[in-house]
Design a protein around this ligand. Structure first.
Ligand SMILES: [Zn+2]
Length: 385
């Protein structure tokens, strides 16, 4: 086995920084972080000139990329294109995310995800179904005519899908599912995330207690925190056993609201970043179709003709950079929000999200200005260089 040694950069393994160390990769896994004064002799050295090596980024909410919308291409080829587009921006693992769709399209998406898993498609992490069991009152860009309560058939379909996937995340509104359903899905190993909901604080808190473990894009498309009715925002921040996804693109959430959320969450139940990316990422296109409606690219935003935000126009690395530059978060904690925390949200903390031995060799090399220099996915460098 040939071991590659990446030298010359500071290493952040997800926990702490290492200087004067080398990151060793054996095939598709991390093998060690080693002091350069005690490196083994038989290595393939790769000398880097400064910068930071960090875990590859993990995105749990990706609607599209590379010109592809998953809803329009619920196939393994669609998933491959999306994974390739995001890998070029340092996202080495992602969950293709289906926006509320018909039962037929949902079934196609599940089958495509199972096929991607069985063929070990690089970058594919699992499937996120965002809907259709949401609240019409907080539909955002989702098609209201396709939003519906969860049936027993739906429940069995999801549990069956989970048994054939490495992970499955479903965004639901407490108004459209029962606590028994949340409990059954959670018991089956499905990550239940609350979102697109207008439910009360009590209703949301009960749904977390019943087994929901996450909130989808905190603040956006959910009942807000007000002084007498703290809503889903208040429940998500108050409950002590859940994660929150966050879109940090400078448009979806005010930086002061981000700082409040970070201050409110207890350690161990953190907030992680998502891109909520759409087809434009990695392309020059300036509009695309969503359920027959045109979404326009507008100065860093994606909007329907009525101004409703329809996903985001950022990569996960952009969001990470935003947390450092605008929200004044330490680089190491900002990186955890895009690596360690999403991995632990879906129970993959033992295999992804850090540069610990046996983890996938998914790595980004950043320069001192947070610019992306190189990406390794499963040990293979992806960018020309
Ligand atoms: Zn959404």
């Amino acid at each position: 086995m040939i071991t590659t040694a990446l030298t010359g950069a500071t290493i952040f393994d997800g926990h702490r920084l290492y200087k004067n160390h080398a990151l060793l990769i054996a095939n598709e896994h991390i093998s060690a972080i080693c002091d350069i004064s005690s490196l083994p002799a038989d290595l393939n050295p790769v000398a880097l000139t400064g910068g930071l090596l960090a875990p590859g980024l993990i995105d749990l909410q990706v609607n599209g990329g590379g010109g592809v919308l998953f809803n329009d291409n619920p196939t393994i080829d669609g998933i491959r294109s999306i994974c390739q587009a995001h890998a070029a921006f340092g996202t080495t693992s992602l969950m293709p995310t289906l926006i509320t769709a018909s039962p037929v399209v949902t079934e196609q998406a599940i089958n495509a995800a199972i096929e991607a898993y069985q063929s070990k498609l690089a970058g594919f992490l699992g499937l996120h179904l965002e809907g259709p069991h949401l609240s019409v009152k907080k539909k955002g860009a989702h098609d209201a005519s396709l939003i519906r309560p969860m049936s027993d058939d739906d429940l069995h379909c999801y549990i069956n899908a989970r048994n054939q996937l490495p992970c499955l995340m479903i965004t639901v509104a407490p108004e459209s599912v029962t606590e028994q359903q949340i409990n059954a899905l959670s018991e089956a190993g499905i990550t239940i995330s609350l979102g697109h909901s207008n439910a009360s604080y009590e209703q949301c808190f009960s749904a977390f207690t019943a087994g929901a473990t996450c909130a989808t894009h905190l603040y956006n498309a959910m009942s807000p925190l007000t002084h007498r009715e703290p809503g889903l925002v208040g429940a998500a921040l108050a409950h002590n056993k859940n994660y929150c996804g966050l879109i940090a693109d400078g448009h979806h959430v005010h930086p002061a609201a981000i700082r409040h959320a970070l201050a409110a969450k207890q350690k161990g139940n953190p907030i992680f970043l998502v891109s909520d990316a759409m087809p434009p990422i990695g392309t020059n296109i300036d509009s695309f179709e969503l359920d027959g409606r045109t979404v326009f690219r507008d100065g860093g935003r994606l909007v329907l003709s009525d101004g409703t935000l329809a996903g985001a126009d950022i990569s996960l690395l952009d969001a990470t950079r935003y947390m450092v530059t605008t929200c004044e978060l330490d680089i190491d904690e900002a990186l955890r929000m895009a690596t360690v925390y999403p991995a632990s949200c879906i129970g993959h903390e033992q295999i992804k999200g850090t540069l610990e031995p046996e983890h996938s060799a998914n790595i980004v090399h950043l320069d001192d200005d947070f610019g992306l220099q190189q990406v390794w996915r499963d040990g293979l460098p992806l960018l020309p260089g």
